[in-house]
Write a new protein. Structure first.
Length: 358
């Protein structure tokens, strides 16, 4: 029996969602997609274990809002990935959930039609369909885990997971990460604090028990075994970058003190580029130079990239949206992306094998 005067007083409705099992059954994992996921995860683990000398690059739109443009980007990226595969492992950035400081468009899953209709059921199905297509193109996919229930719907299509700066300190996200099937990159806090990311890696490496959702859509006690592939993502913060040699060295020392392998990923965007997308190539160039000068901890980079440069506001008339241009953070364009990745591959081709051998 409910007590309407005290129960759910701020809830307007409970709209039903398909269960994870039902959605997976309606859009099953193809053999090709499954093979790409398995290989992507194993390649990333091998890089983190220093068994693969390559640098991994998580690159793609800040967020997906147009699946047609998104797949156009994916096909371009696949050709580039094949070209540099001896030196770089390219993982397509496929972000569907956007954290907001106050309000704003929360992403493709939350509002797929971008009209405040909030058809999460449709958005989840469309997100899964998009990931299937990306993997069938032959690209491993990386995403940010924001909603703890979402991995049940599309986690089988993800090769790499990020935990954002706003949620790295969250116990819920640390617990969730302990059960994810992918390597997980924890970003430092928005104030630049790396200690919370290191604590998150330690926490996620241990077993946890918590309330969650099973594939039948039932609330369940989730019991995890721990995730051994947590690593830090330096994204700057507090109004300054933190990819410089001193900041990287401090992060390395803190990880070693915590008895962690010093695996460092540098986010070329956000505070590291002072939120100016056109500065991302300079960050990437600096990372490449540090590796050439002997750095051994940098194992990956992140780039916010799209077909067109910059970003745009969401217009009332969606037909006025510019094709291939971000509706969230600004991105570098495709031509710049190609140059960043080709230049890095050229400069690192002979260096990375020696770094691993050393």
């Amino acid at each position: 029996m409910t007590t309407p005067d005290i129960d759910n007083i701020n809830i307007a409705a409970f709209d039903p969602m398909p269960t994870p099992a039902a959605m997976l059954a309606s859009q099953p994992l193809s053999e090709k997609a499954a093979a790409v996921v398995r290989q992507g995860r194993q390649d990333l683990k091998n890089i983190l274990d220093r068994k693969d000398h390559r640098l991994f690059v998580v690159v793609g739109p800040c967020s997906i809002h147009d699946p047609v443009a998104g797949l156009d980007y994916a096909r371009r990226l696949k050709a580039l990935a094949d070209e540099v595969s001896d030196t770089l492992l390219l993982v397509m950035r496929v972000y569907f959930e956007k954290p907001r400081t106050t309000v704003g468009w929360k992403g493709y899953i939350n509002d797929p039609f971008m009209d405040d209709s909030f058809r999460v059921d449709v958005g989840m199905a469309k997100a899964r369909e998009f990931l299937l297509q990306v993997n069938e193109i032959g690209l491993p996919a990386g995403t940010e885990a924001l909603d703890p229930n979402s991995p049940q719907y599309y986690g089988d299509l993800i090769s790499w997971t990020a935990i954002g700066a706003r949620t790295t300190e969250s116990q819920t996200h640390r617990e969730m990460s302990s059960g994810l099937s992918t390597p997980v990159g924890f970003k430092n806090g928005t104030d630049g604090n790396t200690e919370i990311a290191i604590n998150a890696i330690l926490s996620a490496s241990k077993p946890h028990s918590f309330l969650g959702l099973n594939d039948q859509g039932q609330v369940a006690i989730v019991r995890t075994t721990g995730n051994a592939y947590g690593h830090i993502v330096l994204r700057g913060g507090g109004g300054r970058p933190n990819y410089d040699t001193v900041s990287v060295s401090v992060a390395e020392q803190a990880m070693v003190k915590a008895k962690l392998i010093p695996n460092v990923v540098v986010d070329c965007s956000h505070a590291n580029s002072l939120k100016k997308p056109e500065l991302q190539p300079l960050v990437m160039s600096d990372v490449v130079n540090q590796i050439r000068l002997g750095n051994k901890s940098m194992v990956g980079v992140m780039i916010e990239s799209n077909i067109e440069a910059g970003n745009q506001s969401i217009p009332a008339d969606l037909s006025q949206l510019k094709y291939g241009c971000s509706v969230t953070d600004g991105c570098v364009d495709w031509a710049t992306t190609e140059k960043m990745i080709r230049d890095a591959a050229t400069l690192l081709r002979d260096v990375l094998p020696e770094r691993q051998a050393g």
